[in-house]
Design a protein around this ligand. Structure first.
Ligand SMILES: NC(=O)C1=CN([C@@H]2O[C@H](COP(=O)(O)OP(=O)(O)OC[C@H]3O[C@@H](n4cnc5c(N)ncnc54)[C@H](O)[C@@H]3O)[C@@H](O)[C@H]2O)C=CC1
Ligand SMILES: CC(=O)C(=O)O
Length: 377
C-alpha cells in the first residue's frame, strides 16, 4: 500500500504521524511511504532519518495526499485540507467528529474511509490509541494549571503545593479515566489536595485503591459537582463518553461561584468541552481567556506542545494498526479486528459511529456494512 504522511498544520501542532521506526516497519512489510518534507521537524525527526529508513520525501502536502492510498495524520483535517479528500482514500488520524459537523460532512460527501484513533476500542471498553495522549494531557493539565495560578498569568497567586504553614491548592478533576488519573498523580506529587468525581462507582473504588486515600473520590452528580467546583482553585475537565459530544457538566452559575483567579483546564474540549463557560477552542499561541474572573484554558491539541514525547508515545500504538490496514487492506483488516472496525467513523458516505451519528443527526450504518459499499478489499 502507498502510505502518506503530511505535515500537521494545526496551530503549534508539532507532532507527526510516523517516526523513522514506523517507516522501517512499513517498508519491511513491503509498503511505500511518502512523507511531506520537514513533517517530522517539530518532533525532532529530520527528513534524512526518514529517507535512511526508505521513505520518499515529497515537497508538498498535495503530492502526499494525492498519491497515498492511506494518509496517516495526528489531528483532524482542517478546512484547508478538505480539498484533498477523495473517494476510498483511507484516513487514519484523530477525528473527534461529534463537535465537527463541517468535517463530518466533507468526509461523507467525498467518500473517504475515515478511521478515528479515539474510537478504536477494545472489548474491555478501553481506547488504546487515545490512552497515551490522555496520559500526556492529564499530566500537562496540572503543570499548565499550576502556571496559570501564578499572578502574572491571571491566576490568584497561589503555589499548587503550598509551603509548610500555608495550605496547598484544591484541585478538582471531573472524570477519573486516563486523563483524570494522570492529572491526579501529578497534582498529588506536587502537594495539592485532590478531589476526583466520576459517575462510575467501580472506577472511584479503583482510584481509592490506587491512591491509597491520598485523594477524595466523589460520585459525579450536579449537586456534588457544584459543591466541588465552588472550592476548586484548579478545575480539570476530563470526562469522556466515547465518540459523543462531552456533556456540559459544569454550568455557568457554578463557574460564577468560583473565586477570582481560579483556573479551569478543560481537557475534554476536543469532544466539545465539559464546561458551559468554555465557548471557544483556544490555541497554544493564545491559550487562555478570562470569564467571570476565572482563567479558562481550552487547547484541543495539548500534547502537540510536547511533541517529541507525544509522537513517540502515539506512534507506539498507531503503527501496529496501520500495518494491519496496509497488509490486509481496510475491509479485511477491520473484519479481522473488531476493535479497528469500531474506529471507522465514516465510510462510503455513511456515518458509522453510533455516538457521532446521534450527536450530529445522521442515520447510523455499521462500519463493516458501509465498507462493503466501497469495494475496498
Ligand atoms: N485537549 C487535548 O489535547 C486532549 C484531550 N483528550 C480528551 O480528554 C478526554 C478524557 O479522555 P480519557 O481520560 O482518555 O477518557 P477515559 O474514557 O479514560 O475517561 C473518561 C472518564 O469520564 C467518566 N465520565 C463520563 N461521564 C461522566 C460524568 N457525567 N461525570 C463524571 N465522570 C464521567 C468516565 O466514567 C471515565 O472514567 C477525552 O475527551 C479525550 O479525547 C485527551 C488527550 C488530549
Ligand atoms: C487526543 C487528542 O485530541 C490529541 O492528542 O490531540
Amino acid at each position: 500500500m502507498i502510505v502518506g504522511i503530511p505535515k500537521e498544520i494545526k496551530n503549534n501542532e508539532n507532532r507527526v504521524g510516523i517516526t523513522p521506526a514506523g517507516v522501517e516497519a512499513l517498508k519491511k512489510a513491503g509498503h511505500t511511504v511518502l512523507i511531506e518534507t520537514s513533517a517530522g521537524k517539530g518532533s525532532g525527526f529530520e527528513d534524512s532519518e526518514y529517507r535512511d529508513k526508505g521513505a520518499e520525501i515529497l515537497s508538498s502536502a498535495s503530492e502526499v495526499w494525492s498519491k497515498a492510498e492511506m494518509v496517516i495524520k495526528v489531528k483532524e483535517p482542517l478546512a484547508e485540507e478538505y480539498g484533498f479528500f477523495r473517494q476510498n482514500l483511507i484516513l487514519f488520524t484523530y477525528l473527534h467528529l461529534a463537535p465537527e459537523a463541517g468535517l463530518t460532512k466533507a468526509l461523507a460527501d467525498s467518500g473517504v474511509v475515515a478511521v478515528g484513533y479515539e474510537t478504536i476500542q477494545l472489548d474491555d471498553g478501553s481506547l488504546p490509541l487515545l490512552t497515551p495522549m490522555s496520559e500526556v494531557a492529564g499530566r500537562m493539565a496540572v503543570q499548565i494549571g499550576a502556571g496559570l495560578l501564578e499572578k502574572p498569568h491571571g491566576g490568584k497567586g497561589i503555589l499548587l503545593g503550598g509551603v509548610p504553614g500555608v495550605k496547598p491548592a484544591e484541585v478538582v478533576i471531573i472524570g477519573g479515566g486516563v486523563v483524570g488519573t494522570n492529572a491526579a498523580k501529578v497534582a498529588i506529587g506536587m502537594g495539592a489536595r485532590v478531589t476526583i468525581l466520576d459517575l462510575n462507582a467501580n472506577r472511584l473504588r479503583e482510584l481509592d485503591d490506587i491512591f491509597g486515600g491520598r485523594l477524595m473520590t466523589i460520585m459525579s452528580d450536579s449537586y456534588h459537582i457544584e459543591e466541588a467546583v465552588r472550592k476548586a482553585d484548579l478545575l480539570i475537565g476530563a470526562v469522556l463518553i466515547p465518540g459523543a459530544r462531552a456533556p456540559k457538566l459544569v454550568k455557568e452559575y457554578m463557574v460564577q461561584q468560583m473565586t477570582e483567579g481560579s483556573v479551569i483546564v478543560d481537557v475534554a474540549i476536543d469532544q466539545g468541552g465539559s464546561i458551559e463557560t468554555i465557548d471557544r477552542i483556544t490555541t497554544h499561541e493564545n491559550p487562555t481567556y478570562i470569564k467571570h474572573g476565572v482563567v479558562h484554558y481550552a487547547v484541543a491539541n495539548m500534547p502537540g506542545a510536547v511533541a517529541r514525547t507525544s509522537t513517540l508515545a502515539l506512534t507506539n500504538v498507531t503503527i501496529p494498526y496501520a500495518l494491519q490496514i496496509a497488509n490486509f487492506g481496510m475491509s479485511e483488516a477491520a473484519t479481522g479486528n473488531i476493535s479497528l472496525a469500531r474506529g471507522i467513523n465514516v465510510a462510503a458516505g455513511h456515518v458509522t459511529n453510533q455516538a457521532v451519528a446521534q450527536s450530529l443527526g445522521y442515520a447510523f450504518m455499521d462500519g463493516l456494512e458501509a465498507l462493503k459499499e466501497t469495494g475496498l478489499v
